[in-house]
Ligand binder design. Structure first.
Ligand SMILES: [Zn+2]
Length: 271
């Protein structure tokens, strides 16, 4: 098997004299998980001499701890798009993907641009050029802030629900930092807004709704996998996130910060 070049799985080539386990990067903080049964595992594969690698078998379910370490990233991505829990576990627990911050900013920028463009469309004004330019720039920042606040409200809704429900979810304290990372990563569906930004005129509210549904489904699966909770709780968590987000949207609309309110085609027709 190849040990790939994927981050988090790089194997030091120096240790040739003994049997080496998968590097448990800064050990305690990085425990691996079996992608089939969610049992903790110390290693994903074992490196015998001369580059002979053997994939570790899970003690509790007798299946490979993480079959995806042998797979091509594209296959893993396809599995993640299909919302397979195994692929989610592989990405969240067994790799060290660290792009959630950038991904989040990028998605927010796309969303802000889309709203901003819809705003431009809805108000034609006759002020002098300079004024328009500054106003437009300011509008973009405002759209970005609104998108960010709505996103935050959504997350707070989810976290609050899970915090209230925590005695039911797990004995120990839920790992909210990992959950935040999982939520940000699983919002990658928002990248589909890029085509919306490029071919803005051809985009219908239906497409935007479908994107939203896809993002919510991914979030649902990410919560379920990260905290190892049942579908019902995860669904309710997403629902409470949406509730808080809708309250926020309603608040912005009533304050008329979200002016020219069809700006939020993306939002207003959603839920
Ligand atoms: Zn297992």
């Amino acid at each position: 098997m190849g040990n790939g070049g994927r981050s988090g799985l790089q194997q030091g080539k120096g240790n040739v004299d003994e049997v080496a386990a998968t590097p448990t990067a800064a050990s305690a903080s990085c425990q691996y998980r079996c992608i089939e049964c969610n049992q903790e595992a110390k290693e994903l594969y074992r490196d015998y001499n001369h580059g002979v690698l053997k994939i570790t078998i899970c003690k509790s379910c007798q299946k490979p701890v993480d079959k995806y370490i042998e797979y091509d990233p594209v296959i893993i991505l396809i599995n993640a798009i299909l919302c397979k829990a195994q692929a989610y576990r592989h990405i969240l627990f067994n790799t060290q993907i660290n792009i959630h911050g950038k991904l989040c900013i990028f998605c927010l920028l796309c969303e802000a641009y889309l709203r901003w463009w819809q705003l431009q469309d809805s108000n034609q004004n006759t002020a002098p050029d300079d004024l328009i330019r500054y106003a437009k720039e300011w509008d973009f920042y405002r759209m970005f802030a609104i998108a960010a606040l709505e996103q935050t409200a959504y997350f707070i809704g989810i976290f609050t629900f899970l915090w209230v429900e925590r005695p039911m979810t797990a004995k120990k304290k839920p790992n909210f930092i990992l959950l935040l990372k999982a939520l940000l990563l699983s919002s990658y569906g928002k990248l589909l807004l890029i085509p919306a930004v490029i071919w803005e005129h051809d985009y219908t509210p239906l497409c935007l709704k479908l994107i939203k549904v896809f993002v919510l489904t991914s979030n649902f699966q990410a919560i379920r996998v990260t905290l190892n909770i049942n579908r019902k709780l995860s669904f309710l968590a997403v629902l409470s996130g949406l509730l808080l987000e809708s309250i926020m949207v309603y608040f912005f609309q009533s304050m008329e910060w979200d002016v020219g309110s069809d700006c939020a085609i993306y939002k207003s027709q959603d839920f």
